[in-house]
Write a protein that binds this ligand. Structure first.
Ligand code: ADP
Length: 363
């Protein structure tokens, strides 16, 4: 019987680990060398089928020269936007089933975060990023289900810059705006820290594209250059879904947060002064707070430190519990990015590592 007991314990542990794996997923994407860039040697030496990758530094020797990392999936330089989305799609469906989902893009500036989330060019559908494909699917699936569930969809867009939250749809040029409390009930408002950010109802992908353009314009206000600003702030596009089941009249609610994070590069303290230093410190702090929250969730820690940053406060109801999280970490394969690549992968390893040993010692 002790044999069976061990088997049973192992099965429970296994299920628990599977559960965690299901709730937090980390995908790594390596961007190709860009045209005009020296086509030097890539620091990504090897990508395995099972989510393993090897990083090398040809200028070093010994144990510092190579490291192996392991994630849920690793996408190489030839993987298309369509293939990237194919592995994301199941999460989108679950939003319509009433789950909260967060999709993050993490990486140093220039590593491909915007490429993954938005794509390089909105005019060609082939290169559309996760955002547009997800929205297209949300509307498509909700229409497919329209015989049994009537869905309403609302969009919210905020930016977090220097720990300040800004509503990017405040001046969307229309009056079709609602406070969040209109579509959430009171218990669901707990833990939402931008209760007064405006939601705009939308009925098709084009509506959302229009709003995103407005949000981008509002984001640029006051920034020296949009590119600089967008690399130093987090942008959160949230799609709230409310469905009413026609037979039972019961209501389900889900939301999808699409988060383009600020560039993760470490700023040289000796060089950054004034505003730049302040920005850098805010970014570092909020990215490590995010890492702390996700790894505490993965370890099933009794205390989840949501309150350490605006970002984790804003997303609190969508991180943990029954929520699902997907993080795309981005790698620039150039040799001069080696240091950032290693620190990006270490961050990713920290948020994804669910070791059997760790789960066991928590019991
Ligand atoms: P980030 O948002 O991390 O600062 P970008 O998404 O702007 O980085 O990417 C930097 C540059 O690399 C852009 O010119 C982008 O078009 C290009 N790029 C990024 N990822 C890919 C990719 N997978 N395939 C082709 N070009 C890419």
């Amino acid at each position: 019987t002790s044999y069976h007991k061990v088997l049973e314990e192992n099965r429970l542990l296994y299920n628990e680990v599977q559960d965690l794996k299901g709730a937090i997923r980390v995908y790594c994407r390596v961007r190709p060398f860009l045209p005009g860039q020296s086509n030097g040697q890539s620091t990504v030496d090897y990508i395995g089928e099972n989510g393993d990758m090897m990083i090398i530094n040809p200028l070093k020797h010994g144990k510092d020269a190579r490291r192996v990392f392991s994630f849920d999936k690793v996408f190489g330089t030839t993987v298309t936007q369509e293939q990237i989305y194919a592995d994301t799609q199941p999460l989108i469906r679950s939003v319509l089933d009433g789950y909260n989902v967060c999709i993050f893009a993490y990486g140093q500036t220039g590593s491909g975060k915007t490429y993954t989330m938005s794509g390089p060019d909105l005019t060609t559908e082939e290169t559309w990023g996760v955002n547009y494909r997800a929205l297209g699917d949300l509307f498509h699936i909700s229409k497919e289900r329209s015989d049994s569930i009537k869905y309403e969809v609302f969009v919210q867009m905020i930016e977090i810059y220097n720990e300040q939250v800004r509503d990017l749809l405040v001046s969307d040029g229309s009056n079709r705006r609602y406070p969040l409390s209109n579509i959430r009930n009171n218990s669901q408002m707990n833990g939402i820290n931008v209760p007064d950010a405006f939601l705009v109802p939308v009925t098709c992908t084009q509506d959302v594209l229009d709003l995103m353009r407005i949000g981008q314009k509002n984001r640029a206000v006051g920034a020296t250059a949009l590119n600089e600003r967008s690399s130093r702030s987090h942008s959160v596009l949230t799609v709230h879904v409310r469905g009413r089941e026609l037979v039972s009249n019961s209501i389900l609610r889900g939301c999808l947060h699409l988060v383009d994070l600020a560039g993760s590069e470490r700023v040289d303290k000796s060089e950054a002064v004034g505003e730049r230093l302040k920005e850098a410190q805010h970014i570092n702090r909020s990215l490590s707070a995010l890492g702390d929250v996700i790894s505490a969730l993965a370890q099933k820690s009794p205390h989840i430190p949501y309150r350490n940053s605006k970002l984790t406060q804003v997303l609190q109801d969508s991180l943990g519990g029954h929520a699902k999280t997907l993080m795309f970490v981005h790698i620039n394969p150039e040799l001069n990015a080696f240091g950032e690549t290693i620190s990006t992968l270490k961050f990713a390893e920290r948020v994804s590592s669910i070791e059997l040993g760790a789960a066991q010692s928590n019991k």
